[in-house]
Write a protein that binds this ligand. Sequence first.
Ligand code: TRP
Length: 336
Amino acid sequence: MSRPRLLSGMQPTHDSLHLGNYLGAQVNWVRMQEDFEAYFCVVDQHALTVGPDPADLRQRTRVTAAQYIAGGVDPQRSAVFVQSHVPEHSQLAWVLNCLAGFGEAARMTQFKDKSAKGGQDAATVGLFTYPMLMAADILLYNTEAVPVGEDQRQHLELTRDLAQRFNARYGDTFVVPRAHIPAETAKVMSLAEPTAKMSKSAENQSGNLMMLDTTKANTKKVKSAVTDTDNDVRWDPEAKPGIANLLRIHSALSGESIEALVERFAGENKYGALKGEVAEQVAVVQAPFKERVDDLLADPAELDAHLARGAERAREVAGATLARVYDAVGFVPLGR
Ligand code: TRP
């Protein structure tokens, strides 16, 4: 009895997940690995598109894998692997590059944003072909479900278009995947600027709770979270975005409903008490998470062995898909 397949990935571009990544992505992955045959990839080749320092890339690749596992991805049940360990990803990406239209790729908003930031000349060709590599990540595994954030919707649409185009031109080869985008309620906003998402690319990082920071540092950030001056804990995301954010974070971590929290913190001058509890709830999840990551990183040989097993499992599926693709497009098989 085979389960439907799922694939997702994160770029190893940062030293730590923030709470928004954890609640928005990681918790969802862990829940979904029960019902799906899951593949969780650390997409180091995507990270290369912005020219990271080699030592940073190496360290962050291991940290990212360790965070997957510390957050509850079970490497026995799901494949945890590094993209560059599975050469089929770049091999299929080339075929998809030859299927995607230049204009189609040029319309990707993420490419337009990223290339606008550093100026057209600073943008690499890798950044331009990024979405076709992402499509390869997904299509190699006959993936049905792809849990991603809203910002990846357009890349998923392109992946679906490429799968359909390939199937129409060369015969039925790929499963056409669906995006799994978590509901609005999972959104965690910046503590410093509660109308903006907690984001690793935000200019002001003081509003981000980092999963691998000390509990002390995170508690301090929660206690100085921006709120408002009316002193009354109510659910009013429009007028009171800071309080709404604290309530959402508390509820997501503790499982207590927002209504129950509002009732419990009703009355004057309860902001301090609410912040205190939010800081505690963050610590309950974050401290053991950090400890598990530290343990995993303390034994890199063991971590690398997990990744080697993950790559081996991934290659079994990816190799078979690539062989069908190579045959379909007309590449001559290697003789003996
Ligand atoms: N582009 C994704 C992001 O930045 C990361 C990614 C690469 C990915 N390949 C993927 C996500 C395949 C899901 C599936 O978030």
